[in-house]
Design a protein around this ligand. Structure first.
Ligand SMILES: *Cc1c(COP(=O)(O)O)cnc(C)c1O
Length: 365
């Protein structure tokens, strides 16, 4: 990190412990019950970053003109802390989240910060609320770093005030094979992201404007939207997950493919990890390439599709069994039994996250 960047420092952290810690519930609906503490760090153009504060979890007080509310000048991150069988708490490649957050901040005209200082503040927050990390090898504590403009005026301009905060909540396991494979609704009439836009940043606006399509997908009996792009109906992402296709490609080669990071794809930590992991196996071709619905339909007809899955921190890896496209329901037959590659990747990644396989991808709390 360049010295020229003004940042808060973890060494200045102020900790004010809650006087009324809550009872810890069993893992409840995701994102509804938060821990006792939160991290807040204020910034202003006039005074720069203030000392980071870990204090009691509670409501924010915002000016009604605040530009995060009016113009969506805000962004977020999502990562998890896992409790291993050895009791040790681990984060999974958290610097990738910190760096992605810094990129999103740059694109949102929010101030820069030192990513490793933020990670150390988050580590301290998790330490304070460590009893909230579930004792389970299928659940975890979800960390939601958030960065909002608190500019108290209506001009559309670079904010002169901002607030970076981090909240924590328990998360159950989304990888549940009993739930079966996902069904996706693919209609090119909606677009999640476009060239030159912000699809590669975790900004709230990308998600708020996807809801309408999500509910239309549900009207068609599907669980998520398969986001297509362009005249040739490129496959881009599934809901809020990156997407992978395991198939025999046009040249007859076994291939695991995912769309390239060309600006409309969110650079997922899970995506990157799956690419690195499977490239190390050297068992089949692993590619970042364009995939179109035309190629997919032809391959399905010729029985060249092996597996398809989505990836992301929330669900880790989620098999896809069905795609509704142009009035047809396309079934991916190999997903009916145990999807072999999906299960193998899920096992290798969870073994790392829960400390069963040693890896330099884990960061100890
Ligand atoms: C967060 C997110 C992902 C997954 O990223 P991870 O870092 O693997 O959690 C994929 N697509 C979208 C649109 C996302 O917001």
């Amino acid at each position: 990190m360049a010295d020229s960047i003004q940042s808060f420092k973890a060494a200045d952290l102020v900790i004010q412990l809650s006087s009324a810690p809550k009872a810890k519930p069993n893992v409840v609906d995701f994102g509804t019950v938060f821990t006792d503490h939160m991290l807040t760090i204020e910034w202003s153009a006039a005074e720069g970053w203030q000392a980071p504060l870990i204090g009691t979890f509670g409501n924010l007080s915002l000016h009604p003109a605040c530009s995060s509310l009016h113009y969506g000048i805000q962004l977020f991150e999502g990562l998890k802390v896992y409790r291993g069988d050895d009791g040790q708490l681990r984060l999974f490649r958290p610097m990738l989240n910190m760096n992605r957050m810094a990129n999103s901040a740059r694109r949102a005209c929010l101030p820069a910060f030192d990513q490793s200082e933020l990670l150390e503040c988050i580590r301290r927050l998790v330490e304070v609320d460590q009893d909230w990390v579930p004792h389970s090898d299928s659940a975890s504590l979800y960390i939601r770093p958030t960065f909002i403009s608190t500019e108290p005026s209506l001009g559309v301009k670079k904010p002169a005030r901002a607030l970076l905060y981090v909240i924590l909540c328990q998360a159950g396991s989304y990888f549940n094979t009993e739930l079966g494979a996902l069904s996706l609704w693919a209609d090119p009439k909606y677009t999640r992201a476009w060239k030159g836009g912000t699809g590669d940043c975790k900004m709230g606006g990308n998600y708020g404007c996807s809801l309408f399509a999500q509910y239309e997908a549900m009207d068609y009996g599907c669980q998520q939207v398969l986001w297509l792009y362009g005249e040739d109906h490129q496959i881009t992402e599934a809901g809020t997950m990156n997407i992978f296709l395991h198939w025999i490609n046009e040249d007859g080669e076994e291939e695991l493919a995912t769309p390239p990071l060309d600006g409309i794809i969110l650079p997922g930590v899970t995506r990157q990890s799956i690419l690195e992991l499977t490239r190390k196996w050297v068992e089949f071709k692993v590619t970042e390439r364009y995939l179109t619905m035309g190629q997919f339909c032809l391959a399905l007809e010729q029985q060249r599709i092996k597996e398809m899955f989505g990836s992301g921190t929330a669900c880790m890896i989620c098999p896809i069994g069905n795609i509704v496209y142009q009035g047809e329901s396309l079934h991916i037959p190999c997903q009916d039994d145990q999807p072999l590659l999906t299960s193998r990747i899920a096992k290798e990644l969870t073994d790392i996250q829960y400390g069963r396989s040693p890896s330099n991808w884990t960061f100890l709390v």
